[in-house]
Design a protein around this ligand. Structure first.
Ligand code: FAD
Length: 395
């Protein structure tokens, strides 16, 4: 069946390798990661891992799994080029690796906020295991924490830092929290929650720069109006961008992600792209969904295509979750484009759902501490017809 090479060993790449073997793929599989540790999952980095989750619980599988499954795991191997004529991936140094099919699962990288002072000591991102390790250690010694960006990762970290008794300020340039991903009702709810937990939340507040002391250590965050928020630790979480450099250099079609068709093929039919790095057709537009379920679902689809020989379209509705203190937010679908929302349950009681409709059809459901709504929504949002609130309540 030939050799499948997978570049990137996050949720997408790891799942592709494991499901190829589970589906009975008999050819060679090489799983490549630029990082030196065993492949691991990222979501706990802003949640349980900060609370002390053991390292081995972060890894998808122990080392012997790869040997047992005949998956060649190449660590600390950064692919620099794809030679499409020779059908090989080329590292900076060392040997090239030939492929019959190539899967790009290169993920995403935190946006470099163009903030002066980004490189000061005490300024962190939260994307790799090494980031979380450094952050966990530094958090012990600081008291004033500023989070630049009110998205999921920043808010999860804010809840953690607040729970550890730190003074927390969240600075967000937009007029609401998690604006790209949730409805205004949900933003408002999380704003109230973070404020009542003791965090200060500044909306409509662009940051001008990060300010250092005499040494190189961060001391504060200067806002656009010139005022200063004191900080001895800053976490910058202002979104990610897809890792498309490799695909671009190889001449593949790229536009805010590696462009793929419904079966996740790039403009080269022997090369697929999955997970955070892939821009795929979803509801008459192109999108990238930066979430685990999307990475896993796309990996399964490509593994089926390669084992069955029949192209499998990817059609799953995106699903996302976020844990912030004792609040579990679960989302099915994408609220953007909705023309009507309705709230079910009781936000004051911290257990409710927001149903989002377009032209009468249910297109997304956001639930807080209501897992049964979420389970029901997973089935209902996939259907194109209108669903009644009673159906969504899952009762
Ligand atoms: P990634 O996990 O980014 O993996 C890509 C890998 O490819 C990386 O290891 C990278 O080093 C490697 N790579 C890139 N280029 C090369 C190259 N040239 N050569 C070799 N290797 C290369 N999602 C949820 O659904 N729920 C959550 O609660 C949630 N929480 C999150 C919390 C944090 C802190 C983070 C960072 C993300 C979170 N996510 C969450 C998002 C989720 O983790 C991502 O959507 C998912 O990891 C995407 O998987 P991926 O395999 O596409 O990419």
């Amino acid at each position: 069946q030939g050799q499948v090479v997978i570049v990137g060993a996050g949720h997408a790449g790891f799942t592709a390798a494991a499901s190829l073997r589970r589906n009975g793929y008999a050819g060679a599989i090489a799983l490549i990661t630029a990082e030196s540790c065993l492949p691991y999952q990222r979501p706990p980095l802003s949640k349980g891992y900060l609370d002390g989750l053991r390292e081995d619980r972060l890894s998808f599988r122990p080392e012997h799994f790869y040997e047992r499954k005949g998956i060649e795991l190449l660590r600390a191997y950064r692919v620099e080029e794809i030679d499409r004529t020779a059908k090989a991936v080329v590292p900076a140094s060392g040997e090239s690796l030939r492929y019959d099919h190539l899967i790009l699962a290169t993920g995403s990288t935190p946006q470099a906020a163009r903030l002066p002072g980004n490189d000061l000591d005490g300024v962190f991102r939260l994307h790799r295991r090494a980031d979380a390790d450094a952050l966990r250690e530094r958090l012990v010694t600081v008291s004033e924490v500023v989070i630049v960006g009110g998205g999921f990762i920043g808010l999860e970290f804010a809840a953690h830092a607040r729970g550890r008794g730190k003074n927390v300020t969240i600075v967000e340039a937009a007029d609401r929290l998690m604006a790209r991903a949730v409805t205004p009702v949900m933003s408002e709810f999380f704003l109230r929650e973070h404020v009542s937990a003791g965090s200060q939340v500044l909306l409509d507040t662009p940051v001008a720069r990060l300010v250092g002391g005499d040494g190189s250590r961060v001391q504060g965050v200067e806002l656009h109006d010139g005022s200063l928020v004191k900080a001895d630790l800053v976490v910058v979480g202002v979104g990610v961008r897809a890792n498309t450099g490799l695909a671009e250099r190889a001449g593949l079609a790229v536009n805010d992600g590696v462009l793929v068709d419904r079966c996740l093929r790039t403009s080269d039919p022997d090369i697929f792209a999955i997970g955070d790095c892939a821009s795929y057709p979803y509801r008459n537009r192109r999108t990238r969904h930066e979430c685990v379920e999307n990475a896993v679902g796309q990996a399964h689809a490509v593994a089926s295509t390669l084992t069955s020989g029949e192209s499998q379209p990817y059609r799953r509705t995106p699903v996302f979750w976020s844990d912030q203190a004792d609040l579990k937010l679960q989302i099915v679908g994408d609220f953007s484009g909705s023309d009507r929302t309705e709230v079910i349950g009781d936000p004051a009681g911290r257990s409710f759902s927001v149903n989002c409709y377009r032209d009468g059809a249910l297109i997304a459901v956001e639930s807080v501490n209501r897992p049964s709504d979420h389970v029901a929504a997973r089935k209902l949002v996939d259907r194109s017809g209108c669903s009644s609130p009673a159906q969504v309540e899952g009762s």
